[in-house]
Write a protein that binds this ligand. Sequence first.
Ligand SMILES: N=C(N)NCCCC(=O)O
Ligand SMILES: [Zn+2]
Ligand SMILES: [Zn+2]
Length: 313
Amino acid sequence: MSQTPIGPVDATTVPRYGGPATFARLPRLDEVSRADVTIVGLPFDSGVSYRPGARFGPGHIRAASKLLRPYHPGLAVHPFGAQQVADAGDLGLNPFDIAEAVAQTEQGLRALGEDGSTLLALGGDHTLALPALRALATLHGPLAVVHFDAHLDTWDTYFGAPVTHGTPFRRASEEGLIDLERSLHLGIRGPLYSARDLDDDQALGFHIIRADDYETDGTARAVERLRRRVEDAPIYVSVDIDVLDPAHAPGTGTPEAGGLTSRELLTTLRGLTGLNVVGADIVEVAPAYDHAEITGIAAAHVAYEILAVLAGR
Ligand SMILES: N=C(N)NCCCC(=O)O
Ligand SMILES: [Zn+2]
Ligand SMILES: [Zn+2]
């Protein structure tokens, strides 16, 4: 990075509730010559199996990100100062054709990432992890997927449909986009269709750190297991906000009781410091079910935590 990054609008000059509608009031991508990290919205929710509304996620996360400050004390970094972060706005995705929206996402992300910029995508539903992995695997080869979710998302089909928000990691596994020796789910819990769901997931090769494991073993142990699993592989971080307990994230489409606290999630993400994160998404934020921006704030802080990890590179 040769120039000083352009950071957020100064909150001592322009109050936080005003200013640009970009993530954290950062510059738009067209206002900087190049971004080290590009934030992009993916407003699409035609792949959901229950409550719709995640198409409004990107705007909600941006609105809830206005209070983020420039210094991250936990990691002693300036997430917006150590690197140029910019907001590319939203991709235009067809709401009536999943296959086309998935193709548009892959193409859009590939275009944004081709200059080496690290992508942080704001969903949108979890279907979008599939085109994101397609785009990034072309650049990096098979990726270690660090997947935070209540759900496995390795189911086969819904109503015969292969590309949905419950199936992205099955399809991506079949396509060879995932390093299945280095991938894991964290926060898994709740009712399944049958015990076979877990067998199928294990047969693909995923490891699981369950929500219950946080209760019995604590967050530090989860971080230890996570780091041992991924080693130095290129990592794709996928955060389905329903990994959080509905008390910490009510604004989502398929909520499950007994989830992580936002503190457990943020601390685990911080544990990715020093690892090779090459891309990330935050998905399933459905603002119509949110209250007092609880879910939006959690998602904005998840993004900030990931940016802080990237700033440490
Ligand atoms: N990816 C999310 N959020 N949910 C998947 C749930 C699929 C189901 O309805 O069983
Ligand atoms: Zn989920
Ligand atoms: Zn999911």
